[in-house]
Design a binder for this molecule. Structure first.
Ligand SMILES: NC(=O)C1=CN([C@@H]2O[C@H](COP(=O)(O)OP(=O)(O)OC[C@H]3O[C@@H](n4cnc5c(N)ncnc54)[C@H](O)[C@@H]3O)[C@@H](O)[C@H]2O)C=CC1
Ligand SMILES: O=C(O)CCC(=O)C(=O)O
Length: 431
C-alpha cells in the first residue's frame, strides 16, 4: 500500500512540471498535497476518484421541429461533509474530465471555507449562444428530469456556473418541484429572490474575489489606490468583481473578453461598461477605453490579474510573461500546474481558485439555510457573514502555507484534504 502511494506521489511531482487537463491538474495537486500531509493510503484512494458519475443522453424538441439529443453530466466527487454542491455549465466543449475536476474542486472549496457540503458539478454539451430561450428551457427541464433521483436538498444541490443563471435555476427548481408534487426551493441555489433566492448571491462570487484582493493587499502591505487590475471575463464573476473593486478604489485598467479586450491606463468606468454590454451584448465598441488584444492583457503590467472566464488560460506558454504581482483566481482552474512552477519562481502571490472564488458557494450555503428555515436575511447580513467567512478562510490558508512551507495553492488543498479526510475517517467506510 505504501509503495502505491510512493509511485503515485512521484508521478504527482513529475506531473507538476508539464501541462495537464483540468482533471489531471487537480489530481497532481491533490497527490502533491496528500503527500505533504502523509495521507493514509486508503483515504487517498477514496478521495482521488469521484464517488459518482452520471451521464445522460436526452432528447429535446427544437424550435424548428427537429429532435436533438444532448449529453449531460453530473459528477459527485464527495458527500462526506454534506450534500453534494456545485454549479451546472452549458458549453460546447463540456466533457467528463472537466466536470470531474470541477466537482472535486467543489469538495475542496467547500472544505476550505468550512461549509457543510460535499462537491459536485454538472454540465450539458450545447451552444447556448445558438439556442432560443424556449430551447434552453426545454433542455434544462429534460436534463433536470433525467437527474430527478440525483438532485435533492439533502443529496445534491446545483447552482449557476458558466452560461447558466437565475432563470436556469428557476426552471430546475420548478421541474424538480413538479416531480415532487410540492415546491422545493432548497433543491437549487442562485435562484431569483422572489422564489427563495438569497439577497447577495448573484454578486457573491465577485464579492468574494474582491475580498480576496483586499486580504492579499493587506498581507503584502499594499493599498487599493496603488493597484491596477486586469480581469479576464466580464460575466457574473468578472463583472461583479470589477464593479466592487472599482468601488473600493482599485483601478480596473483592462477587461478581456472572448471577442476582444479593452484598456484604459486611467481606469475603466465599470458601471458604464456594464451598461454598454447589457445594451449591445459585447464589451466592444465601448467609448471609455481603447481596444486591446484579449490574450495580451494577461501579460500586461498590473498589480492584480484576475482570470474569471475558464480553465487553462495561464499556462507554461504565458506564465513567464505575467507581470502582475498578485494572481486572484476568479475562474476555476485557470492556471496549469506547469504555470504554477513558473509563477512561484517569479514570486507571484497566488490566491487559488478554491479560496478566491468560494464566495459564490458560501452565499449558496446561506441561501440553502434560509430556504430550509423559511426566513430570509437582509443583503447586509448576507454580505457581513460572507465577508467574515472569506477573511477567516484566507487567514487559515496563509497560516497553513507558512506552517508547512508550501505555496498558497498547496496550502489550500492541504487544509481541505485534511478536513475531508478527517470526516471520511470519522464516518467510517463499511457499508
Ligand atoms: N458563477 C459563479 O457563482 C461561480 C463561477 N465560478 C467560475 O468563474 C468562471 C466564470 O464563471 P461565470 O462568471 O459564472 O460565467 P459567465 O458565463 O457568467 O461568464 C463568463 C464570461 O467569460 C467570457 N469568456 C468566455 N471565453 C472567454 C475567453 N476566451 N476570453 C475572455 N473571456 C471569455 C464570457 O463571454 C463571459 O462573459 C468559471 O470558471 C466558473 O466556473 C467560480 C465560482 C462560482
Ligand atoms: O454556488 C454553488 O453552489 C456553486 C458555485 C460553483 O459552481 C463554483 O463555486 O464553482
Amino acid at each position: 500500500m505504501a509503495a502505491l502511494v510512493e509511485v503515485e506521489q512521484t508521478k504527482a511531482e513529475t506531473a507538476l512540471e508539464k501541462e495537464l487537463n483540468p482533471w489531471e491538474a487537480q489530481a497532481a495537486r491533490f497527490d502533491f498535497a496528500a503527500k505533504k500531509l502523509d495521507l493514509d493510503t486508503g483515504i487517498w484512494k477514496v478521495l482521488s476518484q469521484p464517488a459518482r458519475e452520471i451521464i445522460v443522453h436526452f432528447p429535446v424538441m427544437m424550435d424548428d421541429g427537429r429532435i436533438e439529443v444532448f449529453t449531460g453530466f453530473r459528477v459527485q466527487h464527495s458527500v462526506a461533509r454534506g450534500p453534494a454542491k456545485g454549479g451546472i455549465r452549458y458549453a460546447p466543449d463540456v466533457n467528463l474530465d472537466e466536470i470531474r475536476a470541477l466537482a472535486s474542486w467543489m469538495t475542496w472549496k467547500c472544505a476550505v471555507v468550512n461549509i457543510p457540503f460535499g462537491g459536485a458539478k454538472g454540465g450539458v454539451i450545447c451552444d447556448p449562444k445558438k439556442m432560443s430561450q424556449g430551447e434552453l428551457e426545454r433542455m434544462t427541464r429534460r436534463y433536470t428530469a433525467e437527474m430527478i433521483e440525483v438532485f435533492g436538498p439533502e443529496k445534491d444541490v446545483p447552482a449557476p456556473d458558466v452560461n447558466t443563471n437565475e432563470q436556469t435555476m428557476a426552471w430546475i427548481m420548478d421541474t424538480y418541484s413538479m416531480h415532487m408534487r410540492q415546491t422545493v426551493t432548497s433543491v437549487v441555489t442562485g435562484k431569483p429572490i422572489n422564489i427563495g433566492g438569497s439577497r447577495g448571491r448573484s454578486a457573491a462570487t465577485g464579492r468574494g474575489v474582491s475580498i480576496a484582493c483586499d486580504q492579499a493587499l493587506n498581507y503584502l502591505g499594499m493599498k487599493p489606490a496603488d493597484c491596477r487590475v486586469i480581469i479576464q471575463g466580464f460575466g457574473n464573476v468578472g463583472s461583479n468583481a470589477a464593479l466592487l473593486l472599482r468601488q473600493k478604489g482599485y483601478s480596473v485598467i483592462g477587461i478581456a473578453e472572448w471577442d476582444g479586450g479593452l484598456f484604459n491606463a486611467d481606469g475603466i468606468d465599470i458601471p458604464a461598461l456594464a451598461e454598454h454590454r447589457k445594451k449591445s451584448g459585447s464589451i466592444r465598441g465601448f467609448a471609455g477605453a481603447t481596444e486591446a488584444i484579449s490574450d495580451e492583457l494577461l501579460t500586461t503590467a498590473c498589480e492584480i490579474l484576475i482570470p474569471a472566464a475558464h480553465e487553462n488560460v495561464i499556462t507554461s506558454r504565458n506564465a513567464g510573461a505575467v507581470k502582475a504581482k498578485i494572481l486572484v483566481e476568479g475562474a476555476n482552474g485557470p492556471t496549469t500546474p506547469a504555470a504554477d512552477v513558473i509563477l512561484e519562481k517569479s514570486g507571484v502571490f497566488v490566491v487559488p481558485d478554491i479560496l478566491a472564488n468560494a464566495g459564490g458557494v458560501t452565499a449558496s450555503y446561506f441561501e440553502w439555510v434560509q430556504d430550509r428555515m423559511g426566513y430570509f436575511w437582509t443583503e447586509e447580513e448576507v454580505n457581513d457573514r460572507l465577508d467574515r467567512l472569506m477573511v477567516q478562510s484566507f487567514i487559515d490558508v496563509i497560516r497553513y502555507a507558512e506552517d508547512h512551507g508550501v505555496n498558497n495553492r498547496i496550502a489550500a488543498y492541504m487544509l481541505a484534504i485534511d478536513r475531508v479526510a478527517y470526516t471520511t475517517k470519522q464516518r467510517g467506510i463499511y457499508a
